[in-house]
Design a protein around this ligand. Structure first.
Ligand code: ATP
Ligand code: MG
Length: 270
């Protein structure tokens, strides 16, 4: 992974011999969770979880059903406030901030159960997204043009006048991603966007995730299909009953004994 940083150091005290690129690390942390916990009644859904995501990375997040993956997304995106711990994004503490504020700061997410406005067209759904986020469209015309571009990027160009409720499962999932991209995120959280897809649709979905990453957006991807996680992730973290049990490269994760044990019973498909 390489980064180009074009601007030179220009602060008042800077020596002309020093460039900011001398200090810039390609592994800049974009997201950092420190000992984050969430309790529902007696259930500790997320238990003192710490991890970070580097700028430009795709991080796979796996774990058996009920491990706390969606809850972690809800904590990062502000839907739930953590009982303990901190969430930092882009060098800012966003712990407990309102979801729309977190969206404005550059985090977008999809939902495990996709939730488009089913009576609106695909285009209208994406245009709603262009009204929010880090750089909202200035007017309806701009929102329309940019939404058409996003629909083309997500292979929905020829379905933009179709109402969302009439789309197939795979297209509803693409629309969910398109709506999230419409908020112009720096970080995109994908929650099981590939569940229920056939092998050809899976390959297309993997290609879409890679092109999102290539456009400069970092991603955290929750999936049960290991072929997908292994194919797209730079690093993988594993949750089990709310706790992080492993964090490493895909190769390290598949050979980790605790991870293999957590999955005995066939919860992961290959
Ligand atoms: N709103 C809620 N109220 C009460 N308990 C909840 C709530 N949301 C999640 N939980 C509980 O928290 C735990 C973690 O759930 P979560 O949905 O985060 O798991 P998950 O890893 O996303 O599972 P799956 O793979 O099935 O989607 C579970 O025990 C779940 O029942
Ligand atoms: Mg879930």
């Amino acid at each position: 992974m390489s980064f180009q940083f074009v601007s030179d150091w220009s602060g008042p005290d800077a020596s002309p011999d020093i460039r900011i690129s001398d200090f810039f690390t390609p592994y800049m942390k974009l997201l950092e969770l420190d000992n984050v916990s969430k309790v529902f009644g007696g259930v500790v859904a997320v238990n003192r979880v710490s991890f970070h995501l580097n700028q430009g990375e795709v991080l796979g997040l796996i774990g058996p059903n009920g491990a706390g993956k969606s809850t972690l997304f809800n904590l990062i995106s502000g839907i739930f406030k953590p009982n303990a711990g901190t969430v930092r994004f882009n060098n800012k503490d966003i712990t407990g901030m309102a979801p729309y504020k977190i969206c404005e700061s550059g985090i977008a997410r999809t939902f495990q159960l996709v939730k488009p406005f089913s009576r609106l067209t695909s285009l209208e759904n994406v245009m709603v997204g262009r009204a929010y986020g880090s750089h909202p469209a200035r007017d309806t015309r701009e929102a329309r043009i940019e939404s058409e571009q996003i629909l083309a990027f997500t292979s929905l160009a020829n379905k933009q006048t179709r109402t969302a409720g009439m789309l197939s499962l795979v297209d509803r999932k693409r629309l969910e991603i398109a709506r999230a991209l419409a908020t112009k995120p720096k970080l995109l959280l994908l929650d099981e966007m590939m569940a229920g897809l056939n092998p050809a649709e899976l390959d297309d979905a993997i290609a879409l995730v890679k092109s999102i990453r290539d456009s400069g957006i970092s991603l955290i991807v929750v999936e049960h299909v290991m072929k997908v996680i292994m194919g797209i992730s730079d690093r993988v973290i594993v949750l089990k009953t709310g706790e992080k049990i492993a964090d490493g490269t895909p190769q390290e994760i598949v050979s980790n004994r605790e991870v293999v044990k957590a999955y005995l019973g066939g919860e992961v498909s290959c």
